[in-house]
Design a protein around this ligand. Structure first.
Ligand SMILES: CNc1ncnc2c1ncn2[C@@H]1O[C@H](COP(=O)(O)O)[C@@H](O)[C@H]1O
Length: 352
């Protein structure tokens, strides 16, 4: 088992590569633009937090339940459908519900992506949806995360703040107000994101919030058309908010593809996530192919390294490995994809 506990399609692709190919992938400057903080906590950090949590009193989960969940993460969670994915978070959230634990988790995530002999990426836009707990307000949550992000130079890391679909307009307003306030203070808030269970909420309710974000020069990236049950009408409405980037964009119809192509909107692609949540059947038919064919900007990302047991290097291995383990791109093609990710950083897009 490697330090990242990687497993599954991305590990198989990585293992199939020659040493020189791995070194090539490692050497590419690349940006990770779609990583959810609480979905990216290294398993060793989660175990440490769980041990401390169990030792403390007043546990919401029994120690048995908590350890079982962590063992599940280690062994690999089985997802029948994307809806199963969202039920994984309550245990993680219990472990990151006070400022100290949240800071440690954030530090571990940043470290795993950006530090060490073999950093996963050159640049990281980390995203998170702030939660109010009995130990911290939403603002304290974001400040704690930002303190960690800002330990890195601005050429290395920035923060995107997520509006979580199920939580409702009052919460979205509170979160956006905090994002705007922190941006005014000069903190490293780069943009806002729409995420969470893709079948929850009426996206019309977000219109004013994303307009306000754009007015304040915050970037906007939207999880869009993540499942076949997201309607074309919803997708077109989200596109009318003129997002700077799109997450997943798995089930765009022709009309939506035309808009995205004309606007040249970069797409954050999370290959393992799509395969494991079964929103993509295989790499042969994965929607990345249609974007690669027309040179449309894409950024290869991990989404949630913890449940999907992947890392960014292994996601790039899925590009380079020969079919059926990978897409079978050439090194030049992979280099171009990595460049696209660097050009899709919000700070680059917002300057255009
Ligand atoms: C499968 N792909 C996905 N689709 C939609 N939302 C996702 C997601 N992966 C993660 N999240 C969102 O990010 C939260 C965890 O990180 P933070 O608590 O914000 O740091 C999840 O609860 C979910 O709302």
């Amino acid at each position: 088992m490697t330090i990242d506990n990687i497993h599954g399609p991305a590990k198989a692709a990585l293992d199939s590569l020659a040493k020189g190919q791995v070194a090539f992938l490692q050497s590419l400057p690349k940006a990770e633009l779609h990583a959810h903080l609480n979905g990216s906590i290294p398993i060793s950090t989660l175990e440490e937090l769980a041990r401390e949590y169990i030792a403390s009193s007043g546990s919401k989960f029994s120690s048995g339940d908590m350890l079982e969940t962590i063992e599940n993460f280690k062994a690999g969670v089985k997802l029948e459908k994307i809806a199963d994915f969202f039920s994984l978070f309550p245990v993680i959230y219990t472990l990151t519900s006070n400022p100290d634990a949240l800071r440690r988790a954030t530090r571990a995530v940043l470290n795993r992506f950006l530090d060490g002999d073999e950093p996963q990426c050159t640049y990281l836009e980390l995203r998170t949806g702030p939660r109010k707990t009995d130990k911290m307000s939403r603002e304290e949550y974001i400040r704690a995360v930002l303190d960690e992000v800002e330990r890195y130079d601005e050429d290395r890391a920035g923060l995107i703040i997520t509006l979580d679909r199920p939580t409702g307009p009052d919460n979205w307003k509170e979160i956006l107000d905090i994002a705007l306030k922190l941006k005014r203070e000069g903190r490293r808030v780069l943009g806002v994101d729409l995420a969470g269970d893709p079948l929850k909420a009426d996206v019309e309710d977000f219109r004013a919030f994303f307009a306000q974000a754009k007015e304040a020069s915050l970037g906007v990236t939207l999880h869009i058309a993540e499942t076949p049950d997201n309607s074309s009408e919803e997708t077109l409405k989200l596109l009318s908010y003129q997002p700077d980037r799109l997450g997943h964009a798995t089930f765009l119809d022709e009309k939506a593809i035309k808009i995205v192509t004309e606007e040249n909107t970069p797409i954050e692609i999370c290959l393992s996530s799509n395969l494991l949540c079964k929103t993509a059947t295989d790499l042969e038919t994965h929607h990345i192919r249609q974007y690669l064919r027309c040179d449309h900007p894409v950024a290869i990302c991990t989404d949630d390294t913890l449940p999907f047991r992947t890392n960014l290097l292994a996601e790039y291995a899925l590009l380079l490995a020969a079919p059926p383990l990978g897409l079978g791109l050439s090194e030049d093609e992979v280099r171009k994809v990595a460049e696209m990710s660097m050009n899709s950083r919000l700070k680059v897009l917002l300057k255009q």
